[in-house]
Design a protein around this ligand. Structure first.
Ligand code: XMP
Length: 532
């Protein structure tokens, strides 16, 4: 038995016993608040602001955080939380709109500010249980640089509250009622721009709410193993393994929990990165002794893609074939009762927040695999509670290689959308080699972890080059590297010129049929990260 499995048999604390309720008013940083709480070692869940009184009480939080939001409390019918939250007898922290809403509900006054504040502001903290004692180390003054983003502001604090910080633009930048342990901050402690933001969050979560901080990678793994064992008993489980972070962590976790009861199907569509298929097999089948069926389906995918150059049609072909191949393999297996999926917490929040309600949505992502329609299988989703950064941490805890766990994202259709136009095997091969050189050099120059995503793209246009005495008329490779937090917007990475020159030379010298390398410098927007 491995160390991890042994650890899971040892008693561990109930890591859900202390939990924070994050009430979502639709703010852009709500997920970040929940992640910051978890970084303090405490479990948190996000729920919409109209959560019922019964649900609030049933959740039994050790503390509540009210998020920011785009509305104004002076609307006719503003979003506001149930009074039950203020009657639980636990600490409450309102952030931005959350503070304004708390002020309005408890008898204070909120008005539209003459000066909207977006960006840095300097506050002077008073005697506060939340951030008293923190100061700007550079200036030595008891001031804090904070991140503001608001139009309205609190004009009068509710009865029982005192003003705990002010700024030139917000005379009431923070308020608190020390007795009831209600706190409001106009600024955003959850963003890194706020000086001591993490310490403020920690003080609230650990000291004021009194949570012990046992939400750690080791405990999460032990708890997840226990839950999977209880859920599936001695049933057989099937997992579509893609080599991506989520399905890899599910594979490692299920293997620890149920060993040979797990069978993985790895569909190699021939559009993976250089040697990626072999690496997946080496990690899971050879090193970890996990039951993995590799389906080499490259020919089938290339045949299906022949003659097609429309990006969306290519995506559909790849997706549909992926599910077909996966289904065919699944039907060959007998006695499978469970299908495992790498659903993570942001997927759960998204589907719960959608108009279709809180239905259990099966991820149709083709790199995860679909549920064969005529196979009655129940779902096991051991990562449902976790954010991506937590999935990575438990991946390391489970012994997966760092490079696999911290790999840049890779799209489900793989190189199918990085060979522009028609996908031909010979073009995919050139792209694999060029991409491998780029990624290898990024690692060697310690740049890989400084960019969020980097890859090469094959352009099916030929251009003239000279090599030695000969003229060449060959293809173009474009390099792409971006910096981004959420992949919704991105900035092109300012890679050093010498580095780009070195990569360009290696690609032209080592990859047959490439005579030109370009670096792509459009941001998102207006461009996207991928080319198709
Ligand atoms: P774009 O190109 O839309 O990419 O700026 C944003 C992020 O999404 C990834 N991406 C995909 N992932 N299937 C996927 O699983 C897809 O069809 C797909 N298209 C783009 C892209 O790599 C980037 O991380």
């Amino acid at each position: 038995m491995s160390q991890v499995a042994e650890a899971s048999n040892a008693p561990h604390p109930d890591i859900h016993a202390h939990r924070l309720l994050i009430v979502d008013f639709g703010g852009q940083y709500t997920q970040l608040i929940a992640r910051r709480v978890r970084e303090c070692g405490v479990y948190s869940e996000i729920h919409p602001w109209d959560l019922s009184d019964d649900d609030v009480r049933a959740f039994a939080p050790s503390g509540v955080i009210l998020s920011g939001g785009p509305e104004s409390v002076n609307l006719d019918d503003p979003p506001k939380v149930s009074q039950a939250i203020f009657e639980l007898g636990v600490p409450v922290l309102g952030i931005c709109y959350g503070m304004q809403s708390m002020a309005a509900e408890l008898g204070g006054k909120v008005e539209a500010s003459q000066h909207r504040e977006f960006g840095y502001a300097e506050i002077t903290p008073g005697d506060s249980g939340l951030f008293g004692g923190f100061s700007d180390a550079d200036s030595g003054k008891p001031k804090l640089k904070v991140w503001m983003s608001h139009g309205d502001r609190v004009e009068d604090v509710p009865p029982g509250f005192t003003v705990s910080a002010s700024s030139p633009n917000s005379p009431i930048a923070a308020m608190e009622d020390a007795e009831r342990q209600f706190y409001g901050v106009q600024f955003h402690p959850e963003v890194t721009h706020t000086l001591h933001g993490d310490a403020i969050m920690r003080r609230f979560v650990r000291e004021i709410c009194g949570c012990p901080g046992d939400w750690t990678a080791g405990n999460i793994v032990a708890d997840a193993i226990e839950q999977v064992r209880a859920q599936v008993g001695d049933g057989q489980v099937l997992l579509g393994l893609s080599g991506g972070v989520d399905s890899s962590v599910v594979a490692a976790l299920l293997h620890e929990a149920i060993g040979d009861q797990l069978t993985c199907v790895f569909v190699d569509h021939g559009l993976l990165r250089h040697n990626e298929g072999d690496q997946v097999m080496e990690t899971f089948a050879e090193h970890m002794h996990i039951n993995v069926i590799r389906v080499n389906a490259a020919d089938r995918f290339f045949d299906a893609l022949a003659g097609e150059s429309d990006p969306e049609k290519k995506r559909k072909i790849i997706g549909a074939n992926f599910i077909e191949v996966f289904d065919e393999e699944a039907h060959k297996l007998e006695g499978i009762e469970w299908l495992a999926q790498g659903t993570i917490y942001p997927d759960v929040i998204e589907s719960a927040g959608s108009k279709t309600g809180k239905a259990h949505v099966i991820k149709s992502h083709h790199n995860v695999g679909g549920l064969p329609e005529d196979m009655r299988m129940s779902l096991v989703e051991p990562l449902r509670e976790l954010f991506k950064d937590e999935v990575r941490k438990i991946g390391l805890e489970l012994g997966l290689p760092y490079e696999m766990v911290y790999r840049h994202p890779f799209p489900g259709p793989g190189l199918g959308v990085r060979v522009l136009g028609e996908v031909r095997p010979e073009h995919v091969e050139k792209l694999q080699l060029a991409d491998d050189i780029f990624i290898d050099e990024l690692h060697k120059h310690d740049l890989y972890n400084k960019v969020s995503q980097a890859f090469a793209v094959f352009l099916p246009v030929r251009s003239v080059g000279v090599m030695g005495d000969g003229r060449r008329y060959e293809y173009v490779i474009a390099l792409r590297a971006v910096e981004t937090i959420d992949f919704m917007t991105a900035r092109w990475a300012r890679l050093p010129y010498e580095f780009l020159e070195h990569v360009s030379l290696r690609i032209i010298n080592e990859v047959d049929g490439i005579s030109r390398v370009t670096y792509y410098i459009s941001g998102k927007p207006p461009a996207t990260i991928e080319w198709e």
